[in-house]
Design a protein around this ligand. Structure first.
Ligand code: HEM
Length: 516
């Protein structure tokens, strides 16, 4: 006999007929007290929650992070007291969600789009989320511009079509986006799948050691499988067969026992503003030169299990940049601060105010004891003190009390300044974009130029001219080639004034002078 169990409704009542609703006579009408039918359909009516406003399409996988216990040759504790990094071989469970950014939940995974690379570490000190992307930098450096950059990249609000004229209209007025654009329109802009891509924390964070000393850090994930990308033609072919090839690839690889693996590398610098550098260490449109700040491996991550329920574990999983553990900290990076507000805010709206009670989001290796109560979909009462009526603090009747203050107080930099609204002084928008361009192989440069010309030919002339002007500042060769594809010469654009929102460096001005 097959093992078949009796169907019930959510009240535990057996369902005797799941094919016919209750009606007066075989041909109806139906009655309003039709509890079983109404429950079933009204629950179905609510099956969807809002999809993520960005990164809607994605896939979760589980595995572990294994620490090396050292930063290069040095014991890691010299730089961070975060427990998960100590001792060689120490393992921490992780959940990872890979994603595209702009498309909806069922959109193509072969799109030219940054990829999300979000890792939740379930540590004994509570959860740590490292929410990154595959390109290492971002379009903007101040969180106040995030809704604008996303609106420009999302479909046109009238025709619901993604439009290069809107994207480059915005980018042409946003010089800090050039580094990201050189990456995004090169083959790296379409990773072959999720297993063959890098991940980067992008924003600058801090590590704090046992004495309270802080350093600035950036995180990098390097795939043991290697990096593979697709050209637009490859992507069109893949997309013709499936919109979800990367999710499928990950499920199938894990099923075959080919567990993907990444090494985590960390770059470090002293915690101050580094006036000697030609960029600001808190600027997420910049990378840190590897010769000066060598990335050192601190551990590896292996993914060996896929979710059993896509909705519960992929749609409801919730990451945020505010989710840090002892020994890790924020920097004043203006994007990071804005992101840290945005994630939990959207999750209270998207999943609900008790999203942290869901199994996939719970701090499963640390006890949770709060005086937070109630709210929609409360599933249980967070662990409390001995006295169940004391859901406040302080109290002499029991309840929870504060932890002892850490003996290692933090000694971050002292900051003084007036409240203001100013861009950072060292914007240097073109230098690293140009260096990146020069690092590309010939065929990658050709692909980049082709992709940019293809998109920009759909834009208005002033947008094309401004983009050629930017690209000439990025690297002559790039500006000339994109200009050639659009029928625009340097002479056509040299009269353009710098944008009001940009600081040109001496080198930028010299370059403009030479062009003239
Ligand atoms: C998802 C905001 C910049 C990586 C999201 C979500 C929001 C958001 C609202 C949806 C979260 C959810 O519904 O659970 C912002 C803001 C940013 C910003 C305001 C800038 C100020 C970035 C940057 C990166 C990034 C620079 C990469 C380093 C991600 C990833 C996800 C995500 C990976 C998907 C997380 C998941 O898989 O659930 N972001 N974001 N975001 N963001 Fe950002």
């Amino acid at each position: 006999m097959p093992d078949r169990k009796v169907l019930t409704n959510r009240q535990g009542h057996p369902v005797y007929d799941n094919q016919n609703q209750r009606t007066v006579g075989a041909r109806g009408p139906a009655t309003l007290e039709n509890y079983q039918f109404l429950e079933k359909v009204s629950h179905f009516d609510r099956e969807r929650i809002p999809e993520r406003v960005v990164h809607a399409r994605g896939v979760t996988a589980y595995g572990y992070f294994e620490a090396y216990g050292a930063w290069g040759e040095e014991p890691i504790e010299r730089h961070t007291r975060a427990k998960l990094f100590q001792e060689r071989g120490r393992r921490t469970e992780v959940a990872v969600r890979f994603s595209t950014v702009i498309g909806g939940r069922d959109s193509s995974e072969a799109a030219r789009d940054p990829r999300g690379f979000a890792v939740k570490f379930y540590t004994e000190d509570g959860n740590w989320d490292l929410v990154g992307n595959n390109l290492g930098v971002f379009f903007i450096r101040d969180a106040i511009k995030f809704p604008d950059v996303i609106h420009a990249l999302k479909p046109d609000p009238v025709t619901f079509e993604q439009q290069p004229r809107r994207i480059f209209d915005f980018m042409s007025q946003t010089p800090e986006s050039m580094h990201m654009l050189v990456n995004l329109f090169s083959p790296r802009g379409i990773p072959a799948d999720y297993r063959h891509m890098q991940g980067f924390g992008v924003n600058t964070y801090k590590w704090i050691n046992g004495e309270g000393r802080s350093v600035l850090v950036k995180y990098h994930w390097m795939p043991k499988q290697g990096v593979r990308s697709m050209t637009a033609e490859d992507a069109a072919n893949v997309q013709a067969g499936s919109l979800g090839h990367a999710t499928k690839d990950l499920y199938e690889a894990v099923e075959r026992g080919e567990y993907p693996e990444w090494e985590l590398l960390v770059q470090m610098m002293d915690d101050h503003d580094h006036p000697e550098l030609d960029f600001d260490p808190l600027d997420d449109t910049k990378t840190w030169p590897e010769q000066d700040f060598p990335p050192r491996a601190v551990g590896r991550m292996v993914l060996d299990r896929m979710p059993e329920n896509f909705f519960a574990e992929n749609e409801q999983i919730s990451f945020g940049t505010g989710v840090l553990v002892d020994g890790l900290d924020f920097s004043d990076d203006k994007m990071l601060v804005g992101r840290t507000f945005s994630y939990s805010d959207t999750q209270r709206h998207r999943v609900g105010p008790n999203y942290l009670q869901l199994p996939v989001n719970q701090a499963k290796h640390a006890e949770v004891r709060t005086n937070q109560r109630d709210g929609r979909m409360t599933y249980h009462v967070d662990g409390g003190g001995q006295n169940p009526i004391v859901n406040y603090e302080p109290s002499v009747m029991g309840g929870l009390h504060e932890a002892d203050y850490p003996t290692h107080d933090e000694q971050g930099p002292e900051i003084r300044g007036r409240l203001t609204r100013k861009r950072i002084p060292r914007t240097n928008d073109y230098l690293q974009a140009g260096q990146r361009y020069l690092l590309l192989e010939d065929w990658e440069r050709e692909d980049l130029v082709k992709n940019l010309v293809g998109q920009l030919s759909q834009c208005e002339r002033p947008v094309q001219e401004r983009m050629v002007w930017h690209f000439l500042l990025v690297e002559n060769d790039l500006g000339l080639r994109v200009g050639e594809g659009l029928g625009i010469t340097p002479d056509d654009v040299l009269g353009l004034e710098p944008l009001p929102n940009q600081n040109l460096t001496e080198e930028d001005r010299e370059r403009l002078g030479k062009l003239g």
